[in-house]
Every structure is written in C-alpha cells, then in structure tokens.
Design a protein around this ligand. Structure first.
Ligand code: DGY
Length: 429
C-alpha cells in the first residue's frame, strides 16, 4: 500500500472515531476519552486538521480536577453502560472535577499530553494562533505537571508515585505482577465487559481485574489522597516511563513558557535532582536496563520490558546508556518484531496478551523519538519504517503479535492510526 493510501486510511479511522468533541480510542472497546490516547491522537490530527488537534487537547483539559490532575478517562454520558468501570466505581472522584457537569475516573496517565501540546503547537505556522493555543492550554498543563511533581511524591524521593496499573497505561505488564500476587479482591461484585468483543486471550486475566477493582476501592476510600491510599495499599510504584515522561513534560513546559514569556516552571536544581533520582532508582546494573521501583517494598522491580526503552523519550538518559540499553533489549528480543513489550524468552511473555509481549505503535513512537534524540538516527529510522510495515500488513490494530505480526485487540484503533500519520509526515518532511 502506498504512503498516500495508508495516510488516507489512517485519517478515515480518526474521523470514524471522532465524537465531535474528542476521539474515542475505539468505538467498540473504549467509548470515552482516554488521556494519553488523546495526546497521541492530537499528534495524528495535527498532520491534516490542526484546529481539530487543538480541540482534542482542549477537551482533555476540560476534565481537569481542582487539584490539577488530568484524569485517565473522561466519561461520555451517552455511553455510560458500554464500558466497565463507569463513574459509579469512582464515586468520590466526581467531587474533585473542576467542572461539575463532567464525569471522570480517579487516576491519571503519564503526562505525554504536555509534549503533544508543544508538538501540535509547533505544527501551526501562524504565530498568533500558535501562541494563542499555548497561552490557553499552558495553565492547566502546568498545574498537571505540578500536581504529579508535588502531590504524587512519597517521602524521600522527587519521583512520581503511580497508584494503579491503569494509571501507567501498561495494565497487565509483568512489571506489575506483584499486584496479582497480593491477591486483593474488591468488596463490590463486578462484571467485566472488556472481553466481549475481543478474544479473552488478548486481555488481562480475571485475577488482574480483581486487583484493579480492589485498588479502585482503596483509592476512593482514601478520597484520592496519596498518603491515605498508601497505608491501605500494596501498590505504589515509580514507573520508569511515567517518570521519564514527567521529566520530558517539565522540559517541554519550560519551552512553552519561554515562547510565552513566562518564568521557567521548574528550577534547574529541581530538574537535576529528579534526573539524579531517576538514575539511582531506575537503572538496574544487573539487567543493563532501566526498570521500575516498588515504593511499598522499597526495591527495584527487575523485569525486562520495553518501558525502560520507551523512557529514552524522556531525554534524561545519557546517550551512551541509551545505546547500550537499545543493544541489550534488541539482543533479548531477537526474532521478534520491534518493539515487543516483553522479550520472548521471558517466562511472562505472552504474544497476544495486551502488555505481556505485543507491539504497540505509541511505544515504538516513544522509543524512536528517544533514539533520535540520543543520536541513534539510523536505529530510529529503522524502527519507524518497521512500525509502518507492521501497520501496512495488519491494519490499525490496537496492538500486534510480535512473533507473527498479526493484529490483536480492537481494530480501527485511534492511536495506531495517529502514530501512523505522524510517522508518515516525518518520513516525507
Ligand atoms: C482498559 O479498560 O483496558 C483500560 O486500559 C483501562 O484504562
């Protein structure tokens, strides 16, 4: 399929998933607005409809909490019964939403929306329109990054505390298997809806869902206060990717502030302190990879996954470490399509099961971005081309089997289409 036809097909997916106010990840599987999905969607929209890209980010910011948090789901009242869990599972969360008419979840996502806002803004050739977009979005974006930087701190660390696997976006990654091992059960019974339209083998297990719903109850009981939640819960982590994207967001916010003539949002001391803590907590010399930190057990979670590679997009990993990390992960994933989220030799690897092995287009986008910034231009170009090949072969699937390249999960998926458009635009630009 030619690049033109691929781009036209990707645009059709985004138009088909457009509700008018925001773009759903998938009409059949995820009928609301998701935070980091919309950030990637905005990058794709910016390649052909800049106004719509800006509106995607505006809609996400409308769901902000009074504390500054941007929730991971903004619910569409027209689709209340079509997805589980709905807002009734996050009852206390609703009182935190700045706009009392908006319903949201009670957790967030890694702050890639800030980077998306910077990049979308840069796509606007008209200076006045560009600055007006940044001026309008900057205060809410800044409050979000500050929220993560201050209200998600555990004592003794400047890093960000992530309180739910859904918040990381990598729901059932082996990185979070300690939650499954804790065998939590929610008090309220529930019925899953996520495996009605995709094969159950592509989705997290029932045991995973027990843990997810139990954490939702613990968070709500604590009224979304980190200290109150931590005394009840076994799950609180420094996610290597969320931390890297926080650093990137803080830096990108600084660029936006510079354009707007605003003071720098974070001091260089704060940024250096964060980067030093990142290196100390996340670098695992034994594995030769960046991994996560369990704040409850106070130890590294030494699981090899692509999260540590995607963290290259944060711009805080030294270039020589970027090269060795890339080589190390490539050696572990020999024979698989890039980038498998778990290497095939790992005991937890499952080629189709969501975040336990499949290839995800936005992860590839982040890794390629990080490689390019670290001076590994040929590797970045190879990864971008490989990602487009996968989509050409298998379509705009939610994710891909790294052994066969087969499509998995939902189809006509927004962020896969959006990443395709961005990669095509870069290749031709
Ligand atoms: C899901 O429903 O699978 C999502 O990942 C939760 O946000």
């Amino acid at each position: 399929m030619s690049d033109e036809r691929l781009a036209a097909a990707a645009r059709r997916v985004l138009r088909g998933n457009d509700t008018g106010r925001w773009t759903v990840p998938s009409r059949t599987q995820y009928p609301h607005q998701w935070n980091w999905d919309s950030a990637f969607v905005a990058l794709g929209l910016a390649t052909f409809d800049w106004g719509r890209a800006a509106a995607e980010i505006d809609a996400l910011l409308e769901a902000r909490w009074r504390e500054g948090m941007l929730p991971h789901v903004r619910y569409d009242p027209r689709h209340q019964g079509d997805y589980f869990p709905g807002p009734d599972r996050w009852p206390r969360a609703q009182a935190h939403v700045a706009d009392s008419a908006v319903r949201t979840s009670g957790i967030t996502n890694p702050p890639i929306v800030v980077t998306a806002a910077l990049l979308v803004g840069r796509q606007q050739p008209n200076r006045e329109r560009r600055l007006a977009f940044w001026r309008r979005t900057y205060p809410a974006l800044r409050r979000f990054v500050e929220y993560l930087g201050w209200r998600r701190r555990v004592p003794g660390s400047p890093l960000v505390a992530v309180v739910h696997p859904w918040e990381s976006g990598w729901d059932n990654s082996p990185r979070w298997d300690h939650l499954r091992d804790a065998r939590l059960r929610p008090r309220r019974p529930f019925a899953r809806q996520d495996a009605r339209r995709v094969p159950p083998g592509d989705r997290p297990s029932d045991a995973d869902y027990d843990g997810y719903l139990a954490l939702v109850e613990l968070l709500d009981e604590a009224d979304y206060d980190l200290a109150g939640y931590r005394v009840r819960s076994p799950f609180c982590v420094h996610d290597v990717l969320a931390d890297a994207l926080w650093y990137r967001a803080a830096r990108d916010l600084g660029d936006m502030a510079g354009e707007l003539g605003e003071p720098a949002p974070f001091s260089s001391w704060r940024m250096d302190d964060f980067a030093a803590a990142f290196e100390e907590r996340h670098w695992d010399p034994g594995l030769g990879l960046y991994v996560d930190w369990d704040c409850a057990a106070e130890r590294r979670i030494a699981r090899p996954t692509a999260a540590g590679l995607a963290a290259l997009a944060g711009g805080l990993i030294p270039p020589e470490r970027a090269a060795t990390t890339w080589e190390r992960y490539a050696a572990l994933s020999a024979g698989a399509r890039a980038i498998c989220t778990v290497p095939p030799g790992d005991p937890a690897f499952d080629a189709r099961r969501y975040w336990r092995g499949p290839v995800w287009a936005p992860v590839n986008w982040l890794v390629a971005d990080g490689l390019a910034a670290a001076g590994l231009g040929a590797e970045a170009a190879g990864l971008r081309a490989g990602t487009l090949d996968l989509v050409r072969e298998a379509g705009f699937a939610e994710y891909f089997d790294p052994l066969t390249g087969a499509p998995c999960g939902a189809r006509d998926f927004s962020w896969t289409a959006a990443v395709t458009l961005d990669l095509l635009a870069r290749a031709s630009g």
